[in-house]
Design a protein around this ligand. Structure first.
Ligand code: NDP
Length: 293
């Protein structure tokens, strides 16, 4: 077998952002509309602060309006809910994202439920989850949405393929399974209780791994020619230096797969680009305009 194509998520995300920017320009020119994204950060988690900064910067770069709300770690649930209600009612805001995880005293399920489903650009509200699983127009969680774009780009139609999703979180695994099912895949969802994962993996034409365990999928599990999407981001120490690795053993897997995402530079850059795309989608739907495909 020849070595896998390395899927360049960074380049794909740049292309997607360029398409979003074009759409934003057209909305402004034809409809005098500017999509707006509000990001709410509670507390000072350093990783979250970096994400929020990157989101705000990229939002502005594609021509949208960015609203940043930084609240102290001891913000009460009542105050957070009041802010979200205000953003729900603000016509210049089309997308609302509350950066997770929230400090422990705040109920994230309740907070997410407070976001108006039509502005829920993370796709975590139960209304959007229900819309996704009933095949209706949903706002879809950004990371799995990006994974599907990369898969479609590699394979064209996904119909009839055997797909294995490892991980069943509400953020990645479950919505990923829903999207692949919608595209006509035969989907297996594996998790910590799954037996004989190696055998399930060896039958999969598509493998999406979202577990959070460094290199847990060895290369020899991969079916020759399969497309491997590695969502995992794990910081490990190697030779005294910190570096990032995925959930898949990249060297071994890339010797067998048809195509594979690297970590970093694969799925990671797609997530924010999809967030921007979702904000344009939300803005269009709210204004009765066709959403970009
Ligand atoms: P969660 O911790 O919420 O879920 C992990 C899932 O993996 C669970 O369903 C768990 O099973 C399953 N799991 C754990 N151990 C095993 C095992 N040994 N075999 C099979 N399945 C197992 O993680 P997330 O979905 O939030 O994130 C997963 C990874 O993706 C993380 O590394 C995270 O950093 C990364 N990530 C990357 C993003 C990006 O932008 N690229 C965005 C979001 C996440 P069970 O349910 O039974 O416990």
């Amino acid at each position: 077998v020849s070595p896998a194509r390395i899927i360049d998520g960074k380049a794909f995300a740049a292309g997607l952002r360029a398409r979003v920017a074009k759409h934003v320009a057209a909305l402004s020119q034809d409809h005098n509309l500017q999509p707006g994204l509000a990001v709410v950060l509670v507390g000072e988690d350093p990783a979250s602060a970096v994400y929020v900064r990157n989101k705000a910067q990229q939002t502005v770069e594609v021509g949208m309006q960015s609203f940043e709300h930084r609240l102290p770690a001891d913000t009460s649930e009542a105050d957070l809910v009041a802010l979200i209600r205000k953003l729900n009612d603000d016509p210049t805001v089309h997308g609302i994202l509350v950066q997770l995880p929230l400090p422990k005293h705040l109920d994230s399920d309740l907070v997410i439920r407070t976001i108006s489903p039509e502005k829920d650009v993370d796709g975590f509200h139960t209304t959007n989850v229900g819309l996704l699983w009933t095949g209706q127009d949903a706002l879809v969680p950004c990371t799995p949405l990006g994974c599907r774009m990369l898969l479609r780009d590699q394979l064209g139609s996904l119909s009839g393929r055997n797909a294995l999703v490892i991980g069943r979180s509400n953020i990645v695994g479950k919505p990923m399974a829903g999207l692949l099912l919608e595209d006509g895949c035969t989907v297996t969802v594996a998790h910590s209780r799954t037996d004989d994962l190696a055998e399930k993996c060896s039958r999969a034409d598509i493998v999406v791994v979202a577990v959070g365990r460094p290199e847990m999928v060895p290369g020899e599990w991969i079916k020759p020619g399969a497309v491997v999407i590695d969502v995992g981001i794990n910081r490990v120490e190697k030779d005294g230096k910190g570096r990032l690795v995925g959930d898949v053993e990249f060297a071994g897997a890339s010797a067998r797969a048809g195509a594979i995402t690297p970590v970093p530079g694969g799925v990671g850059p797609m997530t924010i680009a999809c967030l921007l795309a979702n904000t344009v989608t939300a803005c269009c739907r709210m204004n009765g305009l066709p959403a970009p495909a």
